[in-house]
Design a protein around this ligand. Structure first.
Ligand code: SF4
Length: 276
């Protein structure tokens, strides 16, 4: 067992549900999905975002991803985190359940969310994202380095296309389809308050539009291609408008090269704030 970096509590890796990990939404009796159809059933029957988040974090529907996330958690840790427990479970969405703005990410990082149990927490991408969210007034603090660090989002919820860290950051088409069912329900429940979705990168853009079509929402045809600052309006089945805004992903590939600057990111969140 290793000690949690904030609380000092001792945990096994991967972390069993309901053992006191800060922010763990699941309990030992949270129902577990073991295949595509069980994800469909458990996602559709989740009556709240809290219930959905709990079910996501115990999901075992994709054998390859379950094996990878748990192998990284036990024997594949980055040397600098070797003395920390690893979450080793799917990353739940994080933030305000009544958010007017959603951020659409791709998938957890093996030594980021897969270690900390929280979206974009504990890696360089997260450093950029939370600093910008703090500047825009959505995040309570500019850093996000561990679950239980005091970070709190207001009016913002971070969701992802796939919830388990994939090898080489590449989930397979069938893994995307299976996990997309969690996303669909997340968007359905979140759309009661959400007015804006900021899609990080072309994959986040496409994943949101694909989910919107599955949900029967009206998407313009042809849908505009992804671009930084590009916008498109989607109408939900109960006639609510949601504005999708494209944003270059906060990956090091973009932030180290200057393709995405702090001011470019700030402009996106200022625009999003103005639409909520
Ligand atoms: Fe479940 Fe999604 Fe992880 Fe597959 S990727 S095991 S559907 S949480």
């Amino acid at each position: 067992m290793d000690a949690h970096p904030v609380t000092g509590q001792l945990f096994d890796s991967p972390v069993p549900p309901g053992t006191g990990w800060p922010g763990d939404p699941a309990e030992p009796d949270t129902p577990v999905a073991h295949d595509h159809d069980q994800v469909a059933t458990l996602a559709a029957s989740a009556e709240s975002l809290a219930e959905l988040d709990a079910r996501v974090t115990v999901c075992r529907a994709c054998p390859r991803l379950v094996e990878w996330r748990e192998q990284v958690a036990v024997s594949g840790r980055r040397a600098s985190f070797a003395d920390q427990p690893y979450w080793g479970r799917p990353g739940p969405s994080f933030g305000d359940p009544a958010a007017t703005m959603l951020i659409m990410g791709l998938a957890p990082a093996a030594n980021g969310t897969n270690r900390t149990g929280r979206m974009f927490t504990g890696d360089r991408s997260g450093d950029w994202l939370y600093a910008a969210l703090h500047r825009a007034g959505f995040a309570s603090q500019p850093e996000s380095w561990a679950s239980g660090d005091g970070q709190h989002l207001t009016d913002c919820r971070i969701v992802a296309a796939v919830r388990c860290a994939p090898p080489a950051n590449k989930p397979s088409p069938s893994e995307r389809r299976t996990c997309g069912q969690w996303l669909d329900r997340d968007l359905e429940l979140s759309s009661r308050t959400a007015r804006v979705v900021v899609a990080l990168g072309g994959i986040g853009w496409s994943a949101f539009l694909a989910a919107a079509r599955r949900l029967g929402w009206a998407v313009p045809k042809p849908a505009p291609k992804f671009g930084h600052g590009v916008e498109v309006e989607v109408i939900t089945r109960d006639d609510r408008a949601i504005r999708l805004i494209g944003c270059y992903h906060v990956s090091q590939q973009n932030t180290f090269t200057g393709r995405l600057t702090e001011s470019m990111l700030d402009e996106i969140f200022i625009r999003a704030r103005g639409l909520t």
